[in-house]
Design a protein around this ligand. Sequence first.
Ligand code: ZN
Ligand code: MN
Length: 129
Amino acid sequence: MNFSKQRESILNYLRNTKEHPTAERIYADLKPSLPNLSLATVYRNLGRLCETGTVVRLSTGDKTDHFDADTSDHQHFVCTSCGTVSDMFFELPQEILNQNLSDNFVANYYKLYVYGICKDCSEKQMRNA
Ligand code: ZN
Ligand code: MN
């Protein structure tokens, strides 16, 4: 088992999920099929994949980074109750950006995190209310 094989497994795992997992989640899910895998190796490989732009690191503010193999232009919704990260696809009108920029500033892209409560958590809260 070499390092590139492990990196490939991590990348395949990320490409087959919409859940924006943490390094710990990836490690826990891959460990059974890759017995030699260590958490440090997962972190190191994720670091490399992010450096090369193959994977995107999402720092949502909950101490643990999440990872996304979908590098297309999109935004994220973060549940402040369970930490789940899900995709959002929308575009801010250029005039909103321009209105909020000083003269001669040019906006090229933005990365937004929208915070709230996910469907599962809001249903749980309603059941317990
Ligand atoms: Zn939630
Ligand atoms: Mn995403």
